[in-house]
Design a protein around this ligand. Structure first.
Ligand SMILES: *[C@@H]1O[C@H](CO)[C@@H](O)[C@H](O)[C@H]1NC(C)=O
Ligand SMILES: *[C@@H]1O[C@H](CO)[C@@H](O)[C@H](O)[C@H]1NC(C)=O
Ligand SMILES: *[C@@H]1O[C@H](CO)[C@@H](O)[C@H](O)[C@H]1NC(C)=O
Length: 931
C-alpha cells in the first residue's frame, strides 16, 4: 500500500509527490556502504588467503558432526564451527563463538525448520568416515559418506580454514576458499570505541544504538563448475542473477535481504523489497545444487561470475585452470551462522532435500486459486455488491472480493466503518450465495487509542514491541497515525492475535471472511528506512535487528492459525502477506507488493514470480493491472492474459487510480479479459493438481524453462517464457501494440501444441509469431494430459460437482501421462484419505485411469468418494493422434461399450479427436481403447 501518509506526515506537498512519481526514493534506503557491517565485510578483498585457521588438534568427528575451533590470527577468540551431515548428503554448517559473551539469537531455526530444527534426518555415525592427512604441509580432514549410493565427501583444511563439498571427487561448493570469512566476535565496549560505526551508527536522522556492538559475520560460498545462479528473492533483477561486483553490466550493490516497504520500487535493481528468502540455486547442464543461508537479520549477497578459478596452493584440485565458478559472498548483521548446502544433483532432488529440513507447502483452500478482485477501496456494502453483480452480469467468474484499510473504523483493524458497512454479515451472506468470499485487511500496527479495545487489551497485557529501553512501547506512525506494533515474537501475543481472528472476537466476520496482512515488514512511516528501529526490543530482550525478517511471517502465521482454529473441525485458512521469509509458504500466499501500471512492471512480474517459486515461495502473484497509475486498456488486457498464469491471481489498484474493473474498458477488451479469466477457471483442476504435487515434492508451480529442460543451455537465462507445471509453456506478450511479434523457442525433440488452436510445432524449433491482442501464446507439451472443467460458473464453489474434460497431447512416441487430484478444497480430511487422485496414461491408443499409489481406504475417503460419485469425465480431446480412428471401446467396472469419435481438424496433420461423453467417472478405474 502506498505511503501517502509519509508524505502527509512529512508535510510534503502533493505537487512534489507528482514530481517524484514513478521513481523510488533511493535515498530512503541504505546502500551497503551506509550499513557499517556490510561495508566492513565488503571491503575485504577476495582471493587473499583467509587469516582464519583451525586450532591444531581441535578437529573431530562425533556422531553426525565434524567440528573445529577456528581463530583469526589477530585475536584469540575461538569460533566453533560445526558441520552437520544429513543422511541425504545435505550438510549444515553452523558457527559462532565457542564461548559467546552473551547468547546470540539462534531461534530462527525454531521458526523455520521442521520440528523447530530438532530431529532433522542426520546421518547415522556408521554412515560417515573421517580421514585426516597432511599434504603439501597442509592438514586436511575428509569426511566421506560410506553409503555406497552416494559419492560425496566434505574436505576441511586447517590453515587457512576452508571447506569443500565434493561429489564424485569434484568440488562443487566451497566455503572460505576466497578468504572472505569474517566473524565479528562479541566484545566488551571500551571507552570511546566506535571505530567504523561498530557501536553506534546514524543513517539520515536516525541513530541506531548498538548495545551489543558488532556481531556480524560473512562467508564466501563458491559454486565450482557453475555459471548460473537463481533465487534469493525478493528483488526486481532478472531471474538469472546479475553480478554485483567487477562487471559493468551488473549492479554495483549486493542483493539486499531486509524486508522493506519500498515506495514505487524500481525494476532491475538489487534493493530490498518486502520479502527475503536467502535460498539460492546454482545450475549447470550437469547438475543443480542449492544453498540456504538461514538468518533473519539484515543480509547482503554479492554475486561474481568468474571465468577461472584461482588456484589455491593449499588445496590440490583434480581439475585445474579454467573452470567456471560463481562466487557469492553472504553477509549478515547478527545471529549465528547457519548454512545448508544441498547437493542435488537436480532441482527435484534439491527440493526433496530442502523438504527434509522444511515443511512442504500445504494445500490451499480451493477458492484461493481462483480470481480475486481487490481495490483500495470498495467504498461500502453497496459498492461491493454492485461489483459482484457486474461480474455476474458480464459472466466473469470470480471467487473473492477484497476490502482494503478504508473499510475499518479509522484504521482500527477488526472493526468496520459503521456508516459504510453497517451490516457486514448480511453482505458476506449475499456474497456466499454465489460462492464468493470476502477478504479484509489487518495490518500489524494498532492505533494508539485507549478507547479502542484491541489496543487497550494488547497494551494491558504488554503485547507490543518495546522501545530500545525495553519497557515503554515502541511507537511510530502508520495508517492510523500514532501506533504500536504487536510483537509476533511473543508467544502470548501470538496466542492473543490468534484469538482476534475468531468469530466471537472479530465482530462482523463469518467463516466466509479471510485475511490480508499488509505492511508487516513492518512498515513504520517515520522509522529508519520506513521500518522499525533496529534497537527496538522484542520478547526475550532480542533486538529488532535479530528478528526483522521473521516479524512479518510470524504475523501471518498467527492469522493463519486464527482462521484455521475459528471453526471445528478446523478448516484451511487463507491469508495473504506482503512480508515474507523462508518458511512463509506454510501460512498462505504472498504478492509482489506495490507495483506500477507499466509494461516494464508487467514484464518484471515474470522473473519476480519465478524467483519466488525457485526459492520455495510457490503461492505468489503480482497485482494485475499494476497498483500505482492507470493502465491503458491494452496493458490491462495483457496483464490479465499473463496474470491468469500467476499462482495467486488478484487484480488490485491504488485509491488514486481510476476504476478499472474489466467491464469499464468496454469491448473488445472486456471480451479478451473475460476469456483470460475463464481460461483460469477451466484450468483450475490442473492448478489444484499442481498444488498437490508441490505439497508432496516442493516442486515450483511455475518454473523457469531451464528447470524442465536442464540441459538446454540456451534456456538458462530465459525469463520471459516459463512453464506452468511440466505440461504448459506460457509466452506472455509484454510489449505495447495491437500486433506483436514474439520469438519462441520450442525445446527438445518434442511436440508443442498451441492450446487454443491445436496446431503442433516440432521442437527443437525457433519461431516467430505475430499476435493480435486477442491472442495468447500458450503451448501444451507433447506427452501431457491436462484436466479441465469447461462449464463456466460464477465462482469455483459452484463448480464442485461439474464434470471434467481431459486434454491429451500426444508425444512423438504416441504417449501421454497426467494426473488429476480432487478433494473437498476446504477441510483437512484429505490427510485421512478423503481425496481422489488418478494417474492417467495414454499409450498404444489406450487411455487408462488408475488410482495413485497414495490412495488409501478410509471412512473419510468413502464419504468423499460418495459425494463425488456422479462426477464424470464428459469429454476427452486427443491432440496429435497419428492414425485417426473412428470408434473407441470403453471399459469401466467390467462393462464394455463402443462409442463413436468425432474430429475437428485444423489442418491435415493437426487433428483433434474428440470422445464426447465417454460416461466414465473420475473415481473409478477405466480404460478407453481407440480402434
Ligand atoms: C544411502 O543414501 C540414499 C540417499 O539418501 C538412501 O536412499 C539410502 O537409503 C542410503 N543407504 C544406506 C545404506 O544408508
Ligand atoms: C465487538 O463487540 C463487542 C460487543 O458489542 C464489543 O465489546 C467489542 O469491543 C467489539 N470488538 C471490537 C474490536 O470492536
Ligand atoms: C504397447 O504395444 C507394444 C507393441 O505392441 C507392446 O510391446 C507394449 O507392451 C505395449 N504397451 C502397453 C503399455 O500396453
Amino acid at each position: 500500500m502506498l505511503h501517502r501518509a509519509i508524505f502527509f506526515y512529512l508535510a510534503v506537498a502533493v505537487v512534489l509527490l507528482a514530481q517524484v512519481a514513478q521513481a523510488v526514493k533511493r535515498e530512503d534506503f541504505k546502500t551497503c556502504d551506509q550499513a557499517s557491517f556490510c561495508r566492513r565485510h565488503r571491503q575485504l578483498s577476495a582471493h587473499t588467503l583467509s587469516r582464519y585457521s583451525a586450532i591444531e588438534g581441535s578437529v573431530r568427528l562425533e556422531q553426525h558432526t565434524l567440528s573445529a575451533l577456528v581463530e583469526h590470527s589477530d585475536d584469540n577468540v575461538p569460533l566453533r564451527i560445526d558441520i552437520n551431515f544429513l543422511s541425504s548428503g545435505t550438510i549444515r554448517v553452523r558457527g559462532q563463538e565457542d564461548a559467546p559473551l552473551v547468547p546470540r539469537f539462534d531461534d530462527t531455526q525454531r521458526y523455520v525448520l521442521r520440528n523447530e530444527g530438532s530431529r532433522l534426518p542426520y546421518a547415522a555415525p556408521h554412515e560417515l568416515q573421517l580421514t585426516s592427512e597432511t599434504a603439501d604441509g597442509q592438514r586436511v580432514h575428509t569426511v566421506s559418506y560410506t553409503n555406497s549410493s552416494l559419492d560425496i565427501s566434505v574436505r576441511m583444511t586447517e590453515q587457512p580454514w576452508t571447506l569443500t563439498y565434493l561429489r564424485e571427487g569434484r568440488p562443487t561448493m566451497q566455503l572460505n576458499t576466497k578468504g572472505l570469512f569474517k566473524f565479528e566476535h562479541l566484545r566488551g565496549k571500551s571507552d570511546g570505541d566506535n571505530v567504523d560505526d561498530e557501536w553506534e551508527e546514524t543513517f539520515r536522522t536516525w541513530t541506531d544504538t548498538k548495545p551489543r556492538g558488532p556481531e556480524s559475520f560473512g562467508m564466501d560460498i563458491s559454486f565450482v563448475g557453475y555459471k548460473h545462479v537463481y533465487g534469493i528473492p525478493e528483488h526486481t533483477s532478472p531471474l538469472l542473477l546479475k553480478p554485483t561486483r567487477g562487471d559493468s553490466s551488473g549492479y554495483d550493490q549486493p542483493y539486499r535481504l531486509y524486508n522493506l516497504d519500498v515506495f514505487e520500487y524500481e525494476i532491475d535493481n538489487p534493493m530490498s523489497l518486502y520479502g527475503s528468502v536467502p535460498f539460492m540455486l546454482a545450475h549447470s547442464a550437469e547438475s543443480t545444487v542449492g544453498v540456504l543461508w538461514l538468518n533473519a537479520a539484515e543480509t547482503w549477497v554479492d554475486v561474481t561470475y568468474a571465468k577461472t578459478n584461482a588456484i589455491t596452493s593449499f588445496f590440490r584440485r583434480s581439475s585445474s585452470g579454467s573452470e567456471s565458478t560463481v562466487d557469492t559472498h553472504w553477509i549478515s548483521e547478527s545471529g549465528v551462522m547457519d548454512v545448508f548446502l544441498f547437493p542435488g544433483p537436480d532441482a527435484a532432488e534439491v527440493y526433496r532435500q530442502y523438504a527434509e529440513i522444511e515443511e512442504l507447502p500445504p494445500l490451499p483452500r480451493d477458492f484461493a486459486i481462483g480470481h480475486h478482485q481487490c481495490r483500495w477501496n470498495y467504498i461500502d456494502e453497496g459498492d461491493v455488491l454492485a461489483v459482484s453483480d457486474k461480474m455476474h452480469e458480464h459472466k466473469i467468474p470470480y471467487d473473492v472480493i477484497w476490502l482494503d484499510i478504508e473499510h475499518t473504523d479509522g484504521k482500527r483493524y477488526y472493526t468496520w466503518d459503521a456508516s459504510k458497512f453497517p451490516n457486514p454479515l448480511a453482505m458476506q451472506e449475499k456474497l456466499e450465495h454465489d460462492g464468493h468470499k470476502l477478504v479484509t485487511v489487518v495490518d500489524p500496527h494498532i492505533k494508539r487509542d485507549t478507547s479502542y479495545c484491541v489496543w487497550d487489551d494488547a497494551n494491558k497485557q504488554g503485547l507490543f514491541v518495546k522501545d530500545k529501553d525495553g519497557s515503554s512501547n515502541f511507537q511510530g506512525w502508520c495508517w492510523p497515525g500514532d501506533s504500536n506494533w504487536v510483537d509476533s515474537l511473543n508467544p502470548d501475543a501470538v496466542e492473543w492475535l490468534r484469538k482476534q481472528y475468531h468469530l466471537d472476537k472479530y465482530n462482523g466476520s463469518s467463516p466466509n471472511l479471510f485475511i490480508w496482512n499488509d505492511m508487516n515488514e513492518p512498515a513504520v512511516f517515520n522509522g529508519p528506512e520506513i521500518t522499525m528501529n533496529k534497537d527496538a526490543k522484542h520478547h526475550g530482550g532480542w533486538e529488532h535487528r535479530d528478528v526483522h525478517n521473521l516479524y512479518g511471517m510470524l504475523y501471518q502465521k498467527a492469522a493463519a492459525e486464527g482462521l484455521r482454529t475459528r471453526e471445528s473441525p478446523n478448516k484451511r485458512p487463507f491469508v495473504l502477506s506482503r512480508s515474507y521469509f523462508v518458511g512463509s509458504h506454510r501460512y498462505g500466499a504472498i504478492w509482489t507488493g506495490d507495483n506500477t501500471a507499466s509494461w516494464e512492471h508487467l514484464r518484471a512480474s515474470v522473473p519476480m514470480i519465478l524467483s519466488n517459486n525457485v526459492a520455495g515461495m510457490h503461492f505468489v502473484g503480482a497485482d494485475v493491472g499494476g497498483f500505482f497509475g492507470n493502465p491503458d486498456s491494452m496493458l490491462l488486457t495483457r496483464w490479465y492474459q499473463l496474470g491468469m498464469w500467476y499462482p495467486f491471481f488478484r487484480a488490485h489498484a491504488h485509491i488514486d487510480t481510476k476504476r478499472r474493473e474489466p467491464w469499464i474498458l468496454g469491448e473488445p477488451y472486456l471480451n479478451y479479459i473475460r476469456d483470460a479469466i475463464r481460461e483460469r477457471y477451466r484450468l483450475l483442476p490442473y492448478w489444484y493438481t499442481l498444488f498437490r504435487e508441490a505439497s508432496l515434492t516442493g516442486m515450483p508451480l511455475v518454473r523457469p524453462m531451464w528447470m524442465e529442460f536442464p540441459k538446454e543451455e540456451s534456456l538458462f537465462g530465459e525469463d520471459s517464457a516459463f512453464m506452468v507445471g511440466s505440461a504448459i509453456m506460457v509466452v506472455p506478450v509484454t510489449e505495447s501494440g495491437e500486433q506483436q511479434s514474439v520469438d519462441i523457442f520450442f525445446p527438445q525433440q518434442e511436440e508443442w501444441y498451441d492450446m487454443h488452436k491445436g496446431i503442433g510445432h516440432h521442437g527443437p524449433l525457433r519461431r516467430s509469431f505475430s499476435v493480435g491482442l486477442a491472442d495468447t501464446l500458450v503451448f501444451a507439451r507433447g506427452g501431457s494430459i491436462i484436466p479441465t472443467r469447461e462449464r463456466q460458473r460464477r465462482s469455483s464453489a459452484l463448480m464442485k460437482q461439474d464434470p471434467f474434460t481431459l486434454h491429451i497431447y500426444v508425444s512423438r512416441a504416441g504417449t501421454a501421462t497426467g494426473r488429476l487430484y480432487v478433494d473437498d478444497g476446504e477441510t483437512y480430511d484429505y490427510e485421512d484419505g478423503a481425496f481422489i487422485e488418478r494417474e492417467l496414461a495414454f499409450s498404444n491408443a489406450t487411455l487408462v485411469s488408475r488410482p495413485s499409489a497414495r490412495t488409501i481406504s478410509s471412512v473419510a475417503r468413502t464419504t468423499f468418494a460418495k459425494s463425488m460419485a456422479r462426477v464424470r469425465i464428459e469429454r476427452i480431446i486427443i491432440t496429435g493422434l497419428r492414425s485417426p480412428t473412428t470408434m473407441a471401446t470403453v471399459s469401466e467396472d467390467g462393462k464394455e461399450r463402443q462409442i463413436q469419435l468425432g474430429y475437428s481438424g485444423y489442418s491435415a496433420d493437426n487433428t483433434e479427436c474428440v470422445i464426447r461423453d465417454p460416461a466414465v467417472h473420475i473415481n473409478s478405474d477405466w480404460e478407453i481403447t481407440l480402434s
